[in-house]
Structures are given as structure tokens and as C-alpha cells.
Design a protein around this ligand. Structure first.
Ligand code: C2O
Length: 545
């Protein structure tokens, strides 16, 4: 195994998109950021130097950080942010179970809008992929671009209590594509040769938008997601929530020429603002001289409608592990978390301009009616060094009030309590969580990400989860393993994992606007016996708050 050293300088860089130049926050002046390539078992040492005027942290999304929670990255959870002028070195191992594709991104305010990149994991020496080695491999980073400073967008939303401005374009490898006049000459080109296979490592790095992705005339063979292998299946369209990755093979089996690849918004929230524009890139055949017909404009592949939940369901239900797996049984912790938005009544001492949500309210969000507060301290440090007064461990295992989660509910349920509440898990406990979407304000497909763990998604469905009848839907044979589950709109998903990684681990909706509103909670997984069940001591350069 090798140790890879990298320097990440976080800095303001001039980036031109949609005909305007912005001072964007980047890593090493690159947008998207640098691609990291490692092998299973390698160690990454990344020194982050903050030359920007914002606080920053970096998260290695999908790396478990066994005992090394200090390197996980979410600000005010496992570390205090790196302040302007400061630096911090992230040091961690790539677990042998990671396959293919993950991403890294900033985990501080909305910096993730421009601070993200691919993390590619190759099989270790002497081992190989579960599929035959493709001739080419191409990271495809789906993103979201604001024609203003994204940090100002979230600050304005926090000030007014209203929904933030939606982005001005989606992007593929940082480019909006040729449907936007201004950017067309910079459209991303992805090469392929006739007869060859190209592995596309698709990463949804968009801030707030689940996206469909498809290529004209080409079918995908899906071989993995979130750094785990899948039983291969074919489809012409995939859907990724923010934070999710999907590995697909395509073959150069079409007439040589140019074909559009495109991503478009999926979000069935009828009342929520959404942007139905589409971003494009070009798949271009390389090795054969282009016949006359390929000089024609490439045609647009059919894309599902923004509310096409049926396509999303058919896609996610095709997910299987390649073989029988050991799903945890004899569950110790049977948890039920509601996930949804809310609208806070405006406090009396607030000015009207701070209450610009629907009907003079402020947007909020919660799990089990607790809206997470990012207390200005490292929760992991507070646990490890027994600093009192930072968090409480009374996060509820079940909703305090039962209601029809997918129906119209009373206004009192629109107002979650605020708190930095953790849920305590004994080392090694076997955990099941039912994640239930609520229709408070609006039903929505929420990508729920758990730090420090992968989990099996053993079932998903629509309506209210019913513990008696829905048990029959559990797949305890070959469910897929992921780190982010797209919980169906107006529905639920059930996940299972073993709490074998001590530390404080955030679980949150990967739509950043929802984290801003408090759609998060954290687990405190207690240390077990002996050094192998304990969190390592904190690194000397850990930032302080
Ligand atoms: Cu990819 Cu907590 O995030």
C-alpha cells in the first residue's frame, strides 16, 4: 500500500461561466477540483491550506474513517472549521471494501457549490474489478452553478427565512453545455472509440438537486454505486441524489459520431421551486473518421419529466448486491425517523424582512421534529475529551407524535424544536432505521447520507411505513449497500448497519438547503473495549473553534 501526499490550497479563483467571470472558491485554482486516484488499502494525506476568506473543511464522502473521525470533515461535528489563513492535514486509509468511485467536497456553509472533485479507487495490486477492465474511464461530475456567489445566496436565505435562489445552470464536469449560448464552446467532450468500453464514474455533486442522467442511443450497464459493487443491470437512464455516485459501462457500439449526454432535474415536490433546464455534454467517437452525417447537430435523448417518480422507482428497485450478503439481524436498535420541512412562526421581535417564508414564516427542517443546530464546537472532541454542555443525547428513537406522514397535518407539526441532540449507540449494536418522508410543507425525495458507515437498503415504498405488513418487503438476501439513500417522495426506506465505528457521525439530507434548515442529526457511537474499538487521539493540528 502506498501513501499519497496532496496539497489542497483553497483560494478565490476567476471562473468564467454563462459569459460572466466570478471569484469562485476553488481547490488549487481548479473547477471542478483535482481528481484523486488511489488503490484499496492506500493512505491519503491531504494538507488543506485556507487562503480564502471563508471558513472551510473537506469531507471524503463515503470513506468510513474507521477510528479516524477527525478526518471526516463536517464542520462543528468532527472538527472546527479551518479559518482563513489556517491549515489542517487530513490523514486516512482507503478501506479495502471501497470500490470504484466516491467524491470529496467542502462541508462548510455552501462552499461545496464549487469545492468538489472525484475520488477514484482502483483495485489493489493483484486484484481486479468485478467487470472486465474498460479501455477508458471518465469521471462525470454533475454540478450546479450560480451566477452569483453561492455563499451570499445562503446568507440571504438565512437572513430572510425564505427559500434560497435556485441555481442558474446544472453542469457536467463544470460546464453548463451548449444549450446555453454563452458557454457552448466550452461544452465537455467525452471520448469513446468504436468497439471499446468506457466506464463512466457519475457523481452527483449538485448542491440541491437530484438529477436524471442519460446518453442518446447508448445503454448503461450499471455495475456499482457509492463505492460498492452491484449485480449488473442495463438501463437507459439513471437518477442520482446529491452525494450519490453510480458507475456505468457504455460501449462504443453506435454509428461513429457525436451524441448528447444530458442531466435534468428530478424533484417531484410540486410546490418547491425547481429548475427544469438541462445540462449537456458530448460523447464523441474518436478513432473513426467522422462520416458526413456526424457533422449534424447531435440530437437530444429523451429525458424523464421532472416528476417521473415511476422511472426513479424502477431504477432503484433494480439495485442488488452481486451475491448473498450478511445483513444484520437480531436488531438492537429499532429506530424510526421522520424527515421533512417545516415553517416556523416568526418570533415577535423579528422584523418582517426576516420572515419572508410562506405567510410570513421562516423555513425550517427536521428529523423526528428536531431541527439540528450546529453548535460552534467539535462534537467529536467534546465526546473524546468529555467537555460538557456541547450536546445532549436525547434524540428521540421514534417520533414523539404519530400522525399521517403523507397527509395534511396540523400546523403545530410545522414547528420543530431546535437542538444539538445526538442518539447514543453502543459499540457493535445492530441498527435498523426507517426513514419516513413527511408531507409537511411538501413531500420530497430526500437523499439521506450517513457519515462513517455504509448501510444496506433493505426496502423502500410509498405511503406510511407499516411495521406489520411492510416487513414482507424486506430483502435480507442481496440488498444493495450504499452511503446515501434517496428516500422516495411520499414514502419511506429501511436501512441496516452494525455500529462498529466509534465516534460522532452526522446523518443528514444531502440537499444543502435542507442542512441549512436543520435536516440532520448525529449518532454518538460509543467506544468499545480496547484500542481497536476506540477513536484515535486527535491530531495536533486539529483546528479550534
Ligand atoms: Cu457528502 Cu455530510 O456529506
Amino acid at each position: 500500500a502506498k501513501t499519497h501526499h496532496h496539497d489542497f490550497t483553497v483560494q478565490a479563483t476567476k471562473v468564467k461561466r454563462l459569459c460572466k467571470t466570478h471569484n469562485s472558491i476553488t481547490v488549487n485554482g481548479m473547477f471542478p477540483g483535482p481528481t484523486l486516484e488511489v488503490k484499496n488499502g492506500d493512505t491519503l494525506v491531504v494538507k488543506v491550506v485556507n487562503r480564502a476568506r471563508y471558513n472551510v473543511t473537506i469531507h471524503w464522502h463515503g470513506i468510513r474513517q474507521m477510528r479516524t473521525g477527525w478526518a471526516d470533515g463536517p464542520e462543528f461535528v468532527t472538527q472546527c472549521p479551518i479559518r482563513p489563513g489556517g491549515s489542517y492535514t487530513y490523514r486516512f486509509t482507503i478501506e479495502g471494501t471501497r470500490r470504484n468511485t466516491l467524491g470529496w467536497h467542502a462541508h462548510s456553509s455552501w462552499l461545496r457549490a464549487t469545492v468538489y472533485g472525484a475520488l477514484i479507487i482502483h483495485p489493489r495490486e493483484g486484484s481486479s474489478y468485478s467487470f472486465s477492465k474498460p479501455k477508458r474511464e471518465t469521471p462525470i461530475l454533475l454540478g450546479e452553478w450560480w451566477d452569483t456567489n453561492p455563499i451570499d445566496v445562503v446568507r440571504e436565505a438565512t437572513r430572510t427565512g425564505a427559500a434560497p435562489n435556485i441555481s442558474d445552470a446544472y453542469t457536467i464536469n463544470g460546464q453548463p453545455g451548449d444549450l446555453f449560448n454563452c458557454s457552448s464552446k466550452d461544452t465537455t467532450i467525452v471520448p469513446i472509440d468504436s468497439g471499446e468500453t468506457n466506464l463512466l464514474r457519475v457523481i452527483n455533486a449538485a448542491l440541491n438537486q437530484p438529477l436524471f442522467f442519460t446518453i442518446a442511443n447508448h445503454k448503461f450497464t450499471v455495475v456499482g454505486a457509492d463505492a460498492s459493487y452491484l449485480k449488473p443491470f442495463t438501463t437507459s437512464v439513471i437518477m442520482l441524489g446529491p452525494g450519490q455516485t453510480t458507475d456505468v459501462l457504455i460501449s462504443g457500439d453506435q454509428l461513429p459520431g457525436r451524441y448528447y449526454m444530458a442531466a435534468r432535474a428530478y424533484q417531484s415536490a410540486q410546490n418547491a421551486p425547481f429548475d427544469n433546464t438541462t445540462t449537456t455534454a458530448i460523447l464523441e467517437y474518436k478513432s473513426v473518421l467522422c462520416p458526413a452525417k456526424c457533422t449534424k447537430k447531435p440530437f437530444m435523448p429523451p429525458l424523464p419529466a421532472y416528476n417521473d417518480t415511476a422511472t426513479v422507482t424502477a431504477f432503484s428497485r433494480s439495485f442488488r448486491s452481486p451475491r448473498k450478503v450478511e445483513v444484520p439481524t437480531d436488531i438492537d436498535e429499532n429506530l424510526f425517523f421522520t424527515i421533512g420541512l417545516g415553517l416556523n412562526n416568526c418570533p415577535k421581535n423579528f422584523r418582517a424582512r426576516r420572515c419572508q417564508g410562506p405567510n410570513g414564516t421562516r423555513f425550517t427542517a427536521s428529523m423526528n421534529m428536531v431541527s439540528f443546530v450546529f453548535f460552534k464546537a467539535s462534537l467529536l472532541q467534546a465526546y473524546k475529551q468529555k467537555i460538557p454542555g456541547v450536546f445532549t443525547t436525547d434524540f428521540p428513537a421514534k417520533p414523539q407524535v404519530k400522525f399521517d406522514y403523507t397527509g395534511n397535518v396540523s400546523r403545530s407539526l410545522f414547528q420543530p424544536a431546535r437542538g444539538t441532540k445526538l442518539y447514543k449507540l453502543k459499540y457493535g449494536s445492530r441498527v435498523q432505521i426507517v426513514l419516513q418522508d413527511t408531507s409537511i410543507v411538501t413531500p420530497e425525495n430526500h437523499p439521506i447520507h450517513l457519515h462513517g458507515y455504509d448501510f444496506y437498503i433493505i426496502a423502500e415504498g410509498f405511503g406510511n411505513f407499516n411495521p406489520k405488513t411492510d416487513k414482507s418487503k424486506f430483502n435480507l438476501v442481496d440488498p444493495p449497500m450504499r452511503n446515501t439513500v434517496a428516500v422516495p417522495v411520499n414514502g419511506w426506506a429501511v436501512i441496516r448497519f452494525v455500529a462498529d465505528n466509534p465516534g460522532v457521525w452526522l446523518m443528514h439530507c444531502h440537499l444543502d438547503v435542507h442542512i441549512t434548515w436543520g435536516l440532520a442529526m448525529a449518532f454518538l457511537v460509543e467506544e468499545g473495549i480496547g484500542i481497536l474499538q476506540s477513536v484515535e487521539p486527535p491530531p495536533a493540528d486539529l483546528p479550534i473553534c
